[in-house]
Design a protein around this ligand. Structure first.
Ligand code: SF4
Length: 419
């Protein structure tokens, strides 16, 4: 970013610039090329004083962890959108606002949804099979996927999913049998509550999922740290669009990640997701470098990401960069959101994609959202080729591994197999 562009964005007071997380502010600015303008933000859309007071009274507001101060303006450094916000602006992900020259997240401790899911639903097929994850999400997302399945929360502001009126409702054991819609809207679930609730529900893992954990990074980070210290595991289900520094800060507390690799060229990422490919590839490489277990998901969307040549290039890159043991899940598209005019992905395209991935050298390739293919969720031993883990959608129906090795031939199968 040039000084001229920074000024045009309102970043006028360079003298007062500073990076909250401690690095040089110039490091943060200079890696942005001129072609990489910050994402569009919602100008003047921050909450009014009355709503802000009620929101902060609930403890749902925290200062953001990774941002630059640019005089009265701020620049978020959590994801490659690099939003620049003048006072009173709201971020691209809808969750952050500039109030008085400070960047705040509005989604701390106020998830808009939570459930207990099998880890297979994330999907993670090589991580603690048959266990449960307490799964939560807030509103907001860093992307704008045309096919989003969770757009009713991912494309909403915090105030459209939560309501701080009425008495405070902090969820802790003993848990109620259920919550009404109104109660759900005012639930607080702070990191220590998440740990207590996960344990009460016999969930050994907490999953940050459904929308996008990068858009609720501060809540994710604090909860991950406390969950790890409390003996729980952390699962991050993400589009992978995150800046390197916050990723490296978070990764030591992540036990498993599901990363969407939504396509394999920038043009498709731009058209389908309003995102960029390279940050996702970097995230995958960083997880590999740091030894975090992760699995890759590719949604095959007709006319967008169903090109077999592109799929072959993606698989070749995966084998070369991430290794042949990295699980790849091809997921079937169903008409959703702004792509409800497209058909379901034809089964034969998915089967051909699986063949191409196996030919490229990937050892563990799955088909998701598919009932028509009998072994869509089967893990084959890379040594003797026999089925060692069989699944019916999210249920493990046969398990023939001992301490992570094939029961027939003893070949190790990559993954984290202990509960
Ligand atoms: S996390 Fe949100 S506020 Fe930060 S850069 Fe990304 S979209 Fe913008």
């Amino acid at each position: 970013m040039t000084r001229r562009r920074a000024l045009a964005c309102g970043a006028a007071a360079f003298a007062g610039a500073g990076l909250r997380c401690g690095a040089s502010w110039m490091d943060g600015l200079l890696h942005l090329g001129d072609s990489e303008a910050p994402a569009e933000v919602f100008k003047g859309d921050a909450p009014d004083d009355e709503l802000w007071e009620r929101w902060s009274g609930r403890g749902w507001v925290r200062e953001a962890s990774h941002y630059l101060k640019l005089g009265a303006n701020v620049q978020c450094k959590t994801c490659p959108n690099n939003c620049i916000l003048a006072p009173g602006d709201r971020s691209h992900c809808r969750n952050k606002v500039n109030r008085g020259g400070t960047l705040y997240t509005m989604v701390y401790g106020n998830p808009c949804t939570f459930h207990v899911d099998p880890v297979e639903k994330k999907p993670l097929f090589h991580f603690c099979p048959g266990t449960r994850a307490f799964s939560l999400a807030t509103s907001g997302c860093v992307f704008r996927c045309l096919n989003c399945q969770n757009w009713e929360i991912s494309q909403k502001k915090p105030e459209e999913t939560k309501d701080p009126s009425g008495p405070e409702l902090r969820l802790r054991p003993p848990l109620p049998r259920g919550l009404s819609y109104e109660e759900m809207a005012r639930v607080s679930l702070f990191p220590d509550d998440v740990v207590a609730v996960s344990k009460a529900l016999a969930c050994p893992s907490v999953a940050y999922t459904y929308s996008e954990p990068t858009a609720f990074y501060e809540y994710t980070f604090d909860t991950c740290r406390l969950a790890r210290a409390s003996g729980l595991r952390n699962i991050v289900v993400s589009c992978g669009s995150i800046e390197e520094r916050p990723l490296r800060d978070l990764a030591p507390y992540v036990d498993a990640a599901h990363v969407d690799l939504k396509g394999f060229d920038d043009e498709t990422y731009r058209r389908l997701n309003s995102g960029k490919l390279q940050p996702i590839l970097r995230t995958l490489k960083v997880y590999k470098e740091l030894g975090v277990w992760f699995e890759v998901i590719n949604l095959v969307v007709p006319t967008y990401t169903d090109n077999l040549d592109s799929i072959k290039r993606m698989c070749a890159w995966m084998v070369e960069t991430l290794g042949p043991d990295r699980p790849l899940h091809f997921s079937r598209f169903h008409p959703e959101h702004k792509l409800d005019h497209l058909p379901d992905t034809p089964i034969d395209i998915l089967v051909r994609a699986r063949e191409a991935a196996r030919e490229a050298g990937l050892r563990y390739v799955y088909l998701g959202n598919v009932r028509e293919v009998a072994d869509a969720g089967t893990t084959y031993c890379p040594g003797c080729r026999r089925p060692v883990v069989e699944r019916d959608v999210y249920t493990v129906t046969a398990f023939r591994l001992d301490a992570g090795r094939c029961r027939y031939c003893g070949t190790p199968v990559a993954g984290v197999w202990t509960a």
